[in-house]
Write a protein that binds this ligand. Sequence first.
Ligand code: CMP
Length: 140
Amino acid sequence: MAIERTFSIIKPDATARNLTGAVNAIIEKAGLRIVAQKRILMTRGQAETFYAVHKARPFFGELVDFMTSGPVVVQVLEGEGAILKYRDVMGATDPSKAAEGTIRKVHAKSIGENSVHGSDAAETAAIEIAQFFAGNEIVG
Ligand code: CMP
């Protein structure tokens, strides 16, 4: 399988509970390498751009409020089949439906406050990575 890069966010519900290291331990145990990482406060503009695909959804305002409510850790993860692998490691969007041992099963609070985001496809991974990282900030 090809080496890929995917984009990850450790969300405000997880940083608030001091879970950055716990989430990173699950990521690294799964064989994914954290090749870029920074802790930021997302602006409303950044969150609205990032989640533009969900603009028409009833939860869009709540989602933007949540993602700007506290620090997030944005990351680039690298590994074999990283995009699908990280989706598996995160678990289902709704933590009540997530498989045992996944980040969302172990740590997420609700469908909104679900601890992590991961890209859903190669095209979105490239767009999401480019929104938050310059090429020279990613060191594989
Ligand atoms: P994420 O993978 O970051 O992509 C879109 C996000 O929208 C998703 O995780 C959830 O956090 C959020 N989301 C999806 N459905 C709902 C919902 N019904 N209510 C609130 N937030 C939601």
